[in-house]
Write a protein that binds this ligand. Sequence first.
Ligand code: NAD
Length: 504
Amino acid sequence: MAEIDIGAPALSSAAQAFVDRGKYQLFLDGQWVDAQSSGTFDTRDPATGAVIGQIARAAAEDVDLAVSAARRAFDSGPWRTMTPMERSGILNKIADLMESNIDELAELETLDQGKPLYVGRWAEIPGAIAQFRYFAGLALAIEGRTIPTSINYQPEGKEIFAYTLKEPVGVVGAIVPWNSPLVLTVMKLAPALAAGCTIVLKPAEDTSLTAVRLCELIAEAGLPDGVINLVTGLGSEAGARLAEHPQVNKIAFTGSTNTGRAILEASKGNLKRVTLELGGKSPVIVMADADIAAAAAGSANAIFFNGGQVCVAGSRLYAHRSVFDKVIEGIVDTAGKMAMGHGLNPATQLGPLVSRKHAATVAGYIEDGIKAGATRLCGGETLGPNQSFVQPTVLTDVKADMNVVCEEIFGPVLVASPFDDVDEVLAAANDSSFGLAAGIWTEGLSNATRLANRLQAGTVWINSHLMFDAALPIGGTKQSGFGRDSGQAALANYLELKTVCAVV
Ligand code: NAD
């Protein structure tokens, strides 16, 4: 196997200037500051392993300062009392500033995370901008209701006037993962800000750069001090303190199921509102009547896009026995042709995984699957100077109880099985502790409808996969979590309902 060419064009002058700073601070109450301990940690280019810069390492004391600033800004600052039109205007300004700096943001995301440039530049960052614009609109439409009641014991001559108000939930701790850092961050920030909440943001330790740049743009857009605070740092330090902090009203979390459990435990002290967007092992079902070329191409994209580091990746393929070989042939063919390289190289279709450590975990799963009896049709090698690239891999002859079938691998690894009838494939697809997403490929309306209605998943795609929109709610059932990001459902996560009942 030829070694990977990790050559890449130079960064734009804006991205290079950001990288040249070499040191990145916390953002507390409108000020950029070092951690109290002056502690830092390295962030690296996953393709090469080279250090990009030092990130401030927030500890509990820094999180406490951030939460105090957010608390003050919520309780007495101007944010929640601004008119909806003013809040909406600032959200649109943030979107404008992201748009003007989109190339820099995309390059920084690729450098820090490894993803091919096109993923950030044409999918995720436009998606993040759309989130701000969508929630800028919803900020204008937060309404209660008037409610007729049947109360009949009010004093003679008086009437009942009852209504509801929707109020911001308070200080929000947003804790996000590394796979799609900027868009997943914005999926918390945009609805929280639209609702009038204040925020302490904790990005993943492997990918802090775009969170720093986003906070700069947010400050430039005119958000009052203390409304957004950034605590870069480790999950076990900054993340854990944020999850347990008694002055935080809500945790909005995206990450692994195990960390979700720890967050739920940590947040019980003051009964925080918690939403959890967790892992997945999403099935893709190809029926006998599918457009096979489209299904093969779509299934390959569902698992190999962003190196399979996508919560809703289609990582379990079930194809009808009559078309199984053809679908697999198409996917293996695509896998063999994918250009691997540095994410900044415009030709790259598959970049490195986020870190050498994560690539080793993915490789461990592949090895474990083969030992357990799976057949490797392609891929499986770990490559590159930092051993962070994993070839797109397809495994067949898998059984339902193998780790490669049950567990989320979060890499470019597909497990594939044939099926004979609809009940069999439904049982197999639903035989998972996860319930995040599912895909169906069929030309038949009745197959599509029956499967979509019976699949246990928060999102079902038909003749597609990975279709995202700011208006479409996304989130999990079962151990994929609860609550939804995007859409009107996401705004509800950040609002409390108050009932007012007056005798007038
Ligand atoms: P992770 O759970 O390891 O980390 C996520 C975040 O939690 C990071 O910021 C981390 O520092 C922090 N953290 C870790 N331990 C913590 C603790 N004890 N207390 C508080 N915070 C803590 O997840 P990851 O490896 O960064 O991300 C990959 C996972 O995210 C995958 O399981 C993937 O499926 C999931 N994910 C889900 C969605 C979704 O919408 N459902 C979207 C993207 C990713």
